[in-house]
Design a protein around this ligand. Structure first.
Ligand SMILES: Cc1cc2nc3c(=O)[nH]c(=O)nc-3n(C[C@H](O)[C@H](O)[C@H](O)COP(=O)(O)OP(=O)(O)OC[C@H]3O[C@@H](n4cnc5c(N)ncnc54)[C@H](O)[C@@H]3O)c2cc1C
Length: 507
């Protein structure tokens, strides 16, 4: 076989210039690391018109330094109107509780990200078609025949990710549901209150939300088949009729939003997800390659978290990689082997931080979608009485995540547990306890640092653990990781306490 001619060499290459790719590139740029983004489209690819960005996304945008410039154009929506044809008004927690929800145009989000990094960071019309392993480097083959060599490869290439496939992650599956989305412009202003409206009835979930003063974004998800989507894909008039037929019982205001939508502002997409348990054992990273955004955790849009969590990913990945590469001055890194080991460590840290978070986001989105689109008398009754509130609190709970700041000292918001071990071998209970403390609240960025510090009281671990379990916002429902870990905790916790007391000579 003829050997490929390597035309370019870049330290860090990101495949895909969507939300995840651009966030990662900007995060790295902020931390002083250059990267190259390869995007297959000719320009920024904007599908889906708009998206709701929740608290976690705004925290990530703030870390990147672009939160306020976006806030200026998109007012928050402090209320929800959720339910069947007669929805209940739900007040979201006040802003002091940290809640923030705004609907943002995708185009503006991507352009704002792009504006922040140096010219030439994104290479358009650059589709990666295969990946080759060459020791410490990866060789990327592009559709135009060119090749590129890199020390770090980050796959932000969306739901059908080539990089995820290379890592051996299982392919995302079709959820049996689809979404039709639309965007309406009101040149003189829509005059609506800043509220998110969501209706569940007749087996569909339909909602709309103001996106600034002059636009409304709407969505409709429903049970479907790939064939149905294929038939409808090129026919927005049919999509519009379909949605109108499904929401005919709703108030006139809700119908008017769809009626006013131009046909070139309607699109349809099948909803896919990665089976969450395949992420628990699968490779999020391997050597100097990892995935992020939809390439890592494609999920159904029921809790509006795909884009938000891609922003989280970007900040965390940039921090992990920069921590690994920059903590020691780069000119002091001895050789390629040491550099590669650092890269691997950084990516492993990212994978560890994101595995359970990805698992719970995909699971929560699936369960919420399942409940919302179920019909029947019992389900409708439950939805009417309890589930509207439940849905809103689930959305808010999953959004209550802080990705931390963009600095490589590793300081994160939330809290950290510093566990200091006098003797690693003797305090195995502490290792287990602190592992659980760490695992119990990944969404709080509870980080674990183990150091051997002679003379430090190992009881500190117990205190940290106490702090974790007494942390106030324990919610057992939906959050699969907490349910699972709570079981482990109930079984192992008391045994460990006993062992610790024995150790201390108290029994
Ligand atoms: C109906 C619906 C509603 C949604 N609503 C919300 C919401 O309200 N809030 C929210 O947070 N999220 C929402 N999402 C999810 C959100 O849109 C996605 O999670 C987010 O866009 C993922 O970003 P990404 O960068 O990971 O992937 P993508 O946006 O898919 O970007 C991947 C990029 O990689 C490029 N690419 C792919 N393969 C290659 C290759 N081989 N070589 C080079 N480039 C390549 C693509 O061209 C693309 O630009 C919704 C999704 C849907 C379907």
């Amino acid at each position: 076989m003829q050997e490929a001619i390597v035309e370019m060499e870049e330290d860090i290459v990101i495949v895909g210039g969507g939300i995840a790719g651009l966030t990662t590139a900007l995060g790295l740029h902020r931390l002083g690391l250059r990267s190259l983004v390869l995007e297959s489209s000719e320009s920024l690819r904007i599908t889906g018109f708009a998206l709701t960005l929740w608290t976690n996304a705004w925290r990530a945008l703030d870390a990147l330094g672009i939160g306020n410039s976006l806030r200026a154009h998109y007012p928050p929506f402090p209320r929800f109107r959720v339910g069947s044809s007669v929805p209940s008004e739900i007040e979201s927690p006040d802003k002091d509780g940290g809640y923030e929800g705004r609907c943002v145009r995708r185009k503006e989000l991507l352009e704002t990200l792009e504006r922040e990094f140096p010219h030439g960071t994104i290479r358009y019309s650059s589709k990666v078609v295969s990946i080759e392993d060459t020791g410490y480097h990866k060789l990327l083959h592009l559709a135009d025949g060119s090749t590129l060599k890199t020390k770090v490869l980050i796959g932000c290439d969306g739901v059908n990710s080539l990089v995820a496939k290379w890592l051996g992650l299982q392919k995302p599956v079709y959820s049996g549901r689809s979404a039709i989305r639309g965007f309406v412009e009101y040149p003189d202003g829509h005059g609506l209150q800043p509220r998110l409206h969501a209706y569940f009835q007749g087996g569909v979930r339909y909602g709309y939300v103001p996106c600034g003063d002059k636009y409304l974004y709407w969505f409709c998800t429903y049970s479907s088949s790939l064939q149905h989507d294929e038939d409808m894909k090129e026919n927005p008039a049919e999509m519009k009729q379909f949605v109108l037929s499904k929401i005919s019982q709703l108030p006139q205001e809700a119908l008017a939003v769809v009626e006013l939508t131009e046909l070139d502002s309607i699109s349809c997409s099948p909803l896919k997800l990665r089976l969450p348990w395949t992420l628990l054992l699968g490779n999020i990273c391997k050597g100097n390659v990892c995935v992020s955004g939809d390439a890592l955790h494609p999920m159904t849009p029921d809790i509006g978290q795909g884009g938000c969590s891609a922003l989280e990913d970007g900040v965390i990945l940039a921090r992990c990689l920069a921590e690994a590469l920059l903590k020691k001055p780069r000119d002091e890194i001895q050789n390629e082997e040491e550099e590669n080991a650092r890269i691997e460590k950084g990516l492993e840290k990212f994978a560890k931080e994101r595995r359970w978070r990805s698992f719970s986001l995909i699971s929560a989105a699936y369960v919420v979608g399942f409940i919302q689109e179920r019909d029947g008398k019992v389900m409708s009754f439950l939805k009417e009485k309890f589930l509207s509130q439940f849905t809103v609190s689930c959305v808010l709970k999953m959004a209550d995540f802080h990705c931390g700041e963009l600095n490589i000292s590793g300081s994160v918001a939330g809290f950290r547990c510093f566990l200091l071990f006098q003797d690693f071998g003797m305090s195995w209970q502490l290792v287990l306890l602190s592992y659980m403390a760490f695992a119990f609240y990944p969404e709080r960025n509870c980080a674990l640092e183990m150091e051997e510090v002679p003379g430090v009281n190992p009881q500190l671990g117990i205190q940290c653990f106490g702090m974790v379990i007494s942390y106030p916002s324990v919610t057992l429902l939906i959050d699969m990781e907490i349910v699972e870990r709570a079981v482990v905790l109930v079984l192992i916790g008391p045994i460990m306490q006993l062992l610790e007391m024995l150790n201390a000579g108290l029994l």
